[in-house]
Design a protein around this ligand. Structure first.
Ligand code: SF4
Length: 254
């Protein structure tokens, strides 16, 4: 069985940097607080909790003198303001590519473009979440084109996401079975699975190696593997080991 693991499977640089920053901060300064989970992956959240990170729902729950870490995917402006007002020490793990999207929104907004409700309008600006698929965006833009006379669309799908999606499309087409590793709480991982299923119906999403069923590979000669941006390397390695244990490997390509 030939196993191909997509080159950019798993953590994007933004998530990797944020997780590393959380570990470093916890090690250097003790308990560090986060508003919600740092990534949509239960295993990563558990590991970080053991290292000393704490998840809270609001700034009010953070004890005096403890830092707050703002996650890779951005933090609302009003939360930034509130944290500064409370004099909370902010560790900023916002991905630079997310910051770019926020800057584009700012520009579109000062340009008088605010796409609030879906009614006929003269001018509107559109950006997307960095991990969207181009297929989803195209569908939405098609609708907006019938509603908006002057539409300014900025494609803000980030380049690590684009790369991962392109590789998945290629792998799904050439594999008999496709595995996507990622939490079901991760919209990004679910989107990648949808993308692969469209091309290859023998696609399975798993959160870890234990969920892999040997029966999936009965007829398979080629297996492709990729993972969402919030999936750590060790989960990909575990899946790889399980696949290798299942059948004699003829070739491995990364
Ligand atoms: S998915 Fe893209 S925008 Fe989001 S953290 Fe990763 S690199 Fe940054």
């Amino acid at each position: 069985m030939k196993i191909t693991i997509a080159r950019d499977a798993g953590y994007c640089f933004g998530v990797r940097d944020a997780v590393n920053l959380a570990y470093e901060t916890a090690e250097e300064r003790g308990d560090v607080y986060m508003l919600g989970d740092i990534v949509h992956n239960e295993r990563v959240v558990e590991d970080l909790a053991e290292a000393g990170t704490k998840v809270v729902e609001s700034l009010d729950e953070i004890p005096d003198d403890r830092p707050v870490l703002f996650r890779a995917h951005g933090t609302a402006e009003n939360v930034w303001e509130a944290a500064k007002e409370k004099d909370i020490d902010i560790v900023d793990a916002t991905c630079p590519l997310v910051q770019e999207i926020h800057d584009e929104v700012e520009k579109l907004s000062t340009d008088g473009r605010q796409a609030s409700a879906l009614r006929k309008m003269k001018r509107a600006g559109v950006v997307s979440q960095s991990t969207q698929t181009i297929e989803n965006l195209q569908a939405i833009i098609n609708i907006l084109m019938t509603k908006v006379f002057d539409l300014h669309f900025i494609n803000t799908i980030c380049f690590p996401t684009k790369r991962n999606q392109e590789q998945i499309k290629e792998l799904a087409a050439e594999s008999d079975v496709m595995i996507i590793i990622g939490s079901f709480t991760s919209a990004n991982s679910k989107r990648l699975t949808e993308l692969a299923v469209e091309i290859n119906p023998s696609t399975y999403q798993v959160t870890c190696a234990d969920e892999i069923e040997p029966g999936w590979f009965d007829e398979a000669e080629k297996v492709g593997v990729s993972a969402g941006a919030s999936t750590p390397d060790y989960l990909i390695d575990e899946v790889h080991e399980k696949l290798k244990a299942h059948s004699p490997v003829t070739e491995e390509v990364f």
